[in-house]
Design a protein around this ligand. Structure first.
Ligand code: ZN
Length: 614
C-alpha cells in the first residue's frame, strides 16, 4: 500500500547575527544605534540592473513598480563601505571562523573555497542594490532526520526606519543563514527544529542575543497548494501557529478554487468608472477620491468575504495587491452595505456593472493612476484565485496570520562579487576547530556537577549571562547563589522593565564578592543590580544598598545591643539568641544575611557568657 503523502512540506531558513567585533566587510563595530544619534544622512535612487545571468529578477521587477528613492542614516560607527562609496574589505576572518565552527556543530562539510556572491536586493535595504553572501558549508542533518542544505555567511541589511528610510548601523553585521531541506511535516516539528538550531547556534557563544538578532523564514506548501515563504518571523513561540495558519490559508484557497471552478467563475470584465454613482456618498474614503473604479468578478459572490485565516479573507488578499498601487484598501460587495455605503448605492453599483447575485464587485478609489493600477492588481490576484494558491513571499502579522509582500524571487539572483578574494578553507584549520558543548549537554552537566535542579540548570545554561555564571562558579561561588544573582535576578528585573544590559559581567562578580564577604545580604542582590542598571557603579550600589555593614560594624552593633540588655543576657544566656535576632536585624535594616547575623550573635553571646559582660 502506498503511504499517504505528507499534509505539509516545510523547510526553514534561519538568519542569526554573529557577535563578532567587526562587520563582515569593514572594521566598523557591530553595534546598533539609536536613530537620534545619527551623524548624517543621504539619499539614493536605486533601480534594477540586469544581472549578469541575463534576466531581471521578478521580485526586483515588482519592487521597481513602487518606491525607488531611499534615505539612509549614517553614524560615527559606520564608514564609506556601508555608504557604498568605498570597496568592501576582505571577508572578516573572525566571522568566517565562527561560521565554520557552526558548520562543524551541525556535521556539515565545508567548501574548499569560500566565494562571495552578490544577491540582487532593490527594496532599499542595501545601499549597493545587492546583498553579499558566501556559501561556507553544505550537508549535515538534524537529530529528527531533517537535512541541512547550506550555511552561508552574509551581511545583514540596513534596518528599515520608515517605508523609504533605512538606518546603516545594522548593514554589514555578519549573519549566518542556515537552510534546511523541505523535510519538516508538522507545525510542531517546524517549531522544534527552529528551537534546536537556535540552541546549537547559541552553544558557540559567538552569536548575538535579544530581539531581532535571529530571524526565521519558513517555506510552506501543502498538497495542491504552492510554495509560500513567510519572512522574518522573530517570535520562536509563534512558529507552529504561523505554519498552522498558512496550512489553513492554503486549504481555504484550494476550496475556493473548486467552488469558483464549479461556478464557471471568471475575471474577464474591464473595470468600470462608477465615480458618478457616489457623487453624494457618505463614505469619507469615496468622497475624497478623484476616481472610483468597480471590478466585476463573475461567480465570486460570497467567496471574497470568506475567512481563510483568522482575521483574513480572500478580500484581504485582493486588498494586499491593490495596496501596492498606493490605495488604502478596497471595498467589496460581500461586506456591503457598510462603511457609509448605502443599500441604494450597492444596488446602483450592481446595476451599472451588470453584476448578478452570484458575482462580487470590488471598488477601488484614488487618483486616476492609483485606481487604475489597483483595479488591475485586483483582477490579477482574482485570476490567481482561479488557479489556487499563488507562490508568494509573505510577512507575518500579529498573532501569526500573514499578508502578501512580493512574488517569490526567481532563480537568477546571484552573480560573483569581484571585489572580494575567495578564502580557502585549509583542512588543518577545519580539523583544529573545537566543537563546543551543546547548551542542552551543559544543562545536564550543571545538574550532575553543580547539583542544580533541572529547571535551574537549563535556565543557567541558556541564559545570556552563562559566561558570567560559569566564571562565578569556577571562582568558588555556590552554584545556587550564582544562579540567583546572575540568572534569576536579571530575569526578574527585565520583567519589571529594567534594562539589565548595562550590568557588565564584572559587576555581577563584584556583587557576588560582596555577598560572600558578608557586606551584602542575598536579599539585596536585585536592588543592587537595579541600581547598577540605572547608572550607579557597583561600589556605589553596594555602598548605598548593601548594608554598608562590615563584619566589624556588625560586631559593634551586636555588642552595643548586648550591652544595653546586660541583665536579660545574663539571665537567658544562649536562649537570648532568638529574641535578640529581631533587634539586630532591625538595626542592620535587613541588609545583612540572616545566617551571618545569627552566627555573629551566637559568637558574641558565647563570648559574653565566657568573659562576663564588662
Ligand atoms: Zn564600515
Amino acid at each position: 500500500m502506498a503511504s499517504e503523502p505528507p499534509r505539509l512540506i516545510a523547510g526553514l531558513e534561519i538568519h542569526q547575527q554573529l557577535d563578532t567585533r567587526e562587520k563582515l566587510f569593514c572594521q566598523c563595530p557591530t553595534c546598533l544605534r539609536d536613530t537620534k544619534e545619527r551623524s548624517g544622512e543621504f539619499t539614493r535612487f536605486l533601480r534594477a540592473t540586469e544581472s549578469e545571468m541575463g534576466e531581471i529578477d521578478r521580485a526586483a521587477l515588482e519592487e521597481m513598480r513602487t518606491v525607488r528613492r531611499f534615505t539612509y542614516y549614517a553614524y560615527d560607527t559606520t564608514c564609506l563601505v556601508e555608504d557604498d562609496e568605498e570597496p568592501p574589505a576582505p571577508l572578516n576572518p573572525e566571522a568566517v571562523g565562527v561560521c565554520l565552527a557552526i558548520s562543524k556543530c551541525f556535521g556539515m562539510e565545508p567548501v574548499r573555497q569560500v566565494h562571495t556572491m552578490r544577491k540582487i536586493v532593490i527594496d532599499g535595504s542595501n545601499t549597493c542594490g545587492f546583498q553579499r553572501t558566501a556559501l561556507v558549508a553544505m550537508g549535515g542533518s538534524l537529530p529528527g532526520g531533517a537535512r541541512l542544505e547550506t550555511i552561508c555567511l552574509e551581511e545583514d541589511a540596513a534596518q528599515r526606519v520608515t517605508d523609504q528610510v533605512f538606518s546603516l548601523d545594522r548593514l554589514g553585521i555578519p549573519l549566518v543563514e542556515i537552510t534546511t531541506g523541505p523535510d519538516l511535516h508538522s507545525p510542531e516539528e517546524v517549531q522544534a527544529t527552529a528551537e534546536f538550531i537556535g540552541m546549537v547556534l547559541r552553544s558557540t557563544g559567538k552569536v548575538k542575543r535579544g530581539k531581532g538578532t535571529i530571524r526565521q523564514d519558513i517555506n510552506i506548501s501543502i498538497p495542491g497548494g504552492a510554495r509560500v515563504e513567510i519572512k522574518g518571523v522573530q517570535e520562536l513561540g509563534l512558529i507552529a501557529e504561523v505554519v498552522r495558519r498558512e496550512m489553513q490559508r492554503q486549504e481555504g484557497l484550494i476550496t475556493i478554487r473548486s467552488e469558483l471552478s464549479a461556478r464557471g467563475a471568471s475575471t474577464g470584465h474591464q473595470p468600470a468608472d462608477v465615480t458618478s454613482l457616489f457623487a453624494g456618498t457618505k463614505s469619507s474614503i469615496l468622497k475624497k477620491a478623484k476616481v472610483i473604479l468597480a471590478v466585476r468578478l463573475k461567480g465570486f459572490g460570497g467567496l471574497v468575504g470568506r475567512e481563510i485565516q483568522p482575521g483574513r479573507r480572500l478580500g484581504s488578499e485582493l486588498s494586499d495587491y491593490a495596496k501596492r498601487c498606493g490605495v488604502g484598501g478596497i471595498f467589496h460587495t460581500d461586506e456591503l452595505p457598510a462603511y457609509g455605503i448605502t443599500p441604494a448605492e450597492v444596488t446602483a453599483l450592481r446595476e451599472k456593472t451588470g453584476a448578478a447575485g452570484s458575482d462580487a464587485v470590488v471598488l477601488v478609489a484614488g487618483t486616476p493612476e492609483e485606481a487604475g493600477c489597483a483595479a488591475r492588481q485586483v483582477i490579477r490576484r482574482a485570476a490567481m484565485a482561479l488557479e489556487g494558491v499563488p507562490e508568494e513571499t509573505r510577512r507575518m502579522l500579529e498573532e501569526g496570520s500573514t499578508a502578501y509582500m512580493r512574488p517569490l524571487p526567481g532563480a537568477a539572483r546571484m552573480y560573483p562579487e569581484t571585489d572580494i578574494f575567495p578564502v580557502t578553507v585549509e583542512k588543518a584549520a577545519w580539523e583544529a576547530i573545537p566543537v563546543p558543548e551543546l547548551l542542552t549537554e551543559k544543562a545536564k552537566r550543571f545538574e550532575l556537577e553543580l547539583g542544580l535542579d533541572p529547571a535551574m540548570a537549563y535556565q543557567a545554561a541558556t541564559s545570556e549571562n552563562l559566561p558570567v555564571f560559569e566564571e562565578a562558579v569556577r571562582s568558588g561561588v555556590k552554584p545556587t547563589l550564582a544562579y540567583r544573582a546572575v540568572v534569576s535576578a536579571p530575569t526578574e528585573l527585565s520583567r519589571k522593565g529594567i534594562d539589565v544590559g548595562r550590568v557588565a559581567g564584572k559587576d555581577y562578580l563584584a556583587v557576588l564578592g560582596a555577598v560572600e564577604a558578608g557586606q551584602v545580604a542575598k536579599e539585596a542582590i536585585p536592588d543592587i543590580l537595579g541600581a547598577i542598571a540605572s547608572g550607579k557603579t557597583p561600589g556605589e550600589a553596594i555602598g548605598s544598598l548593601g548594608s554598608g555593614v562590615s563584619t566589624d560594624d556588625l560586631t559593634r552593633i551586636i555588642r552595643k545591643i548586648l550591652d544595653e540588655r546586660k541583665d536579660f543576657v545574663r539571665e537567658k544566656k544562649m536562649a537570648a539568641l532568638g529574641p535578640l535576632m529581631g533587634l539586630v536585624m532591625q538595626e542592620v535594616r535587613g541588609k545583612v544575611d540572616g545566617k551571618l547575623v545569627s552566627e555573629a550573635l551566637r559568637r558574641e553571646l558565647e563570648r559574653s557568657a565566657r568573659d562576663g559582660i564588662s
